[in-house]
Design a protein around this ligand. Structure first.
Ligand code: GLN
Length: 216
């Protein structure tokens, strides 16, 4: 894992760029990694645990973690309906792994009582890559990003089993038994990856998201 960017002074802080306030849903999961990545990409990251905090952000990251736990906590913290409403109103959002699961319109292999947010018209299969490969890494091409293939870290990751008509497929698994499986998508202002760009030190996906928020 290369996290050299955490201490790299060359952050995206050009004065002519706006510094959007981007929340990280901080109920469970790898919140800190996203906070650090966003700060480095020229955003003002804030933790979101309350409706008032959600109301104040220009965009939201849903971290990796455990989607069924986050789902329960969304209900317990009275955030489920407000978050669905903000997504309906066009708030930009980015979900990695468990975050992707939460952003789906349909989830397979989850708990019956698990909630999701309908941020992207897609069916996501939870823990899709199976037990024997709970965790793996691969290099993949990510549409719209310069700089060559991206190292992608999958940790008990989901895949996208159905992508709706308006959903843009940004990355698929390039080879091996899971070749062709969809692992990054975008619909409108909502972006989701099966893998964890917040842990590799490659900030291109976060930069792309900060740009999406600036443009929204
Ligand atoms: N398997 C987890 C879930 O179902 C996701 C794993 C992750 O976010 N790394 O939510």
């Amino acid at each position: 894992m290369n996290a050299s960017w955490v201490s790299d002074p060359a952050a995206d802080t050009a004065p002519e760029l706006s510094r959007p306030t981007i929340g990280v849903l901080a109920l469970q999961g790898d919140v800190r990694e996203h906070i650090a990545a966003l700060a480095h990409c020229g955003a003002e990251p804030v933790l979101v645990r309350r409706e008032s905090e959600l109301a104040a952000v220009d965009g939201l990251v849903l971290p990796g973690g455990e989607s069924t736990a986050i789902s329960k906590l969304l209900v317990a913290f009275d955030l489920l309906q407000p978050l669905r409403a903000r997504l309906r109103d066009g708030m930009p959002a980015f979900g990695s792994c468990a975050g992707m699961i939460l952003l789906a319109s349909e989830v397979l292999d989850t708990r019956l009582d698990a909630q999701h947010l309908n941020g992207i018209d897609m069916t996501v299969r939870r823990n899709a890559f199976g037990r024997q490969v709970d965790s793996f890494e691969t290099d993949l091409d990510f549409a719209g990003l310069d700089g060559g293939p991206m190292r992608a870290v999958f940790i008990r990751a989901p895949w996208v089993e159905r992508a709706g008509e308006r959903v843009q497929v940004l990355a698929t698994v390039p080879s091996g038994p899971f070749e062709g499986r969809i692992v990054a998508v975008r619909e409108g202002n909502v972006l989701a990856t099966s893998f964890h760009p917040e842990v590799t030190g490659d900030l291109r996906v976060h930069r792309m998201f900060v740009e999406m928020v600036r443009a929204a």
